[in-house]
Design a protein around this ligand. Structure first.
Ligand code: GAR
Length: 220
């Protein structure tokens, strides 16, 4: 237990990704555990989820700070107090600054509900639908100073179906998010991720070879 990687998770809303990570950790599937949850919104359900599992849940309102940097400095203090080794952004709807990034070099991850670099920013699922894309998905990446621009760890594609709404597509993507985020965290916990420029090298990973994902299916 004490050997496990200590995660500090930042969220703003429902916290279904948080729940997926807690569940897998409690099932012994992760060499990591969530040691604190911080939200910028008092009504974030993520806080309640954390408390139900005995995890310290902290509301840190951005309204109490006059700059993003000051907010992040306060975040860093909190995360350090809990011995956090990896910062996991899971639906944290705030832009973070170099104050946080410099305190946790190569140790801040984010998940985004699109196949980056397509559709960064807000309402990614709606952007993909309105663009008429055939594949959507999610991306887990290390965070850099841009918005959704950091080195990519894992991507998972899901088809966009003819009758999809933003809600139905978002739900399908979320199911993949829950798997992908836990996988990325486990790879990190095992020390298997190496950042080389823009690329994240995963040691010991088997290549997919000739297989491909196509929607609609393609046969020759
Ligand atoms: C997730 O779909 C996540 O990818 C997205 O917010 C949702 C949070 O869900 N994040 C972003 O859009 C970040 N730009 P959750 O609170 O149930 O984990």
């Amino acid at each position: 237990m004490g050997m496990k990687l200590k995660i500090g998770l930042l969220a703003s809303g429902n916290g279904s990704n948080l729940q997926a990570i807690i569940d897998r950790s409690e099932q012994g599937l992760l060499d990591a555990r969530v040691v604190c949850v911080v939200t910028n919104r008092a009504d974030a359900f993520a806080l309640e989820r954390a408390r139900r599992h005995g995890i310290p849940a902290i509301h840190l309102s951005h309204r109490d700070f006059s700059s993003r940097e000051e907010y992040d400095a306060s975040l860093v203090k909190l995360l350090r107090e809990h011995g956090v080794q990896l910062v996991v952004l899971a639906g944290f709807m705030r832009i973070i600054t170099r104050v946080l990034l410099e305190a946790f070099p190569a140790a801040v991850m984010n998940i985004h509900p699109a196949l980056l670099p397509s559709f960064p920013g807000l309402d990614a699922q709606r952007q993909a639908l309105e663009h008429g894309a055939k594949l959507a998905g999610c991306t887990v990446h290390f965070v850099d100073e841009g918005t959704d621009t950091g080195p990519i760890i894992i991507q998972s594609a899901v088809p966009i179906l003819p009758d999809d709404t933003v809600e139905s597509l978002s739900h399908r993507i979320l199911l993949r998010e829950h798997q992908s985020y836990s996988r990325a965290i486990q790879l990190y916990a095992l020390g298997r991720l190496a950042i080389q420029g823009r690329r994240v090298i995963i040691t010991g990973e088997h290549a997919l070879g000739e297989s491909s994902l196509s929607n609609p299916a393609v046969s020759q």
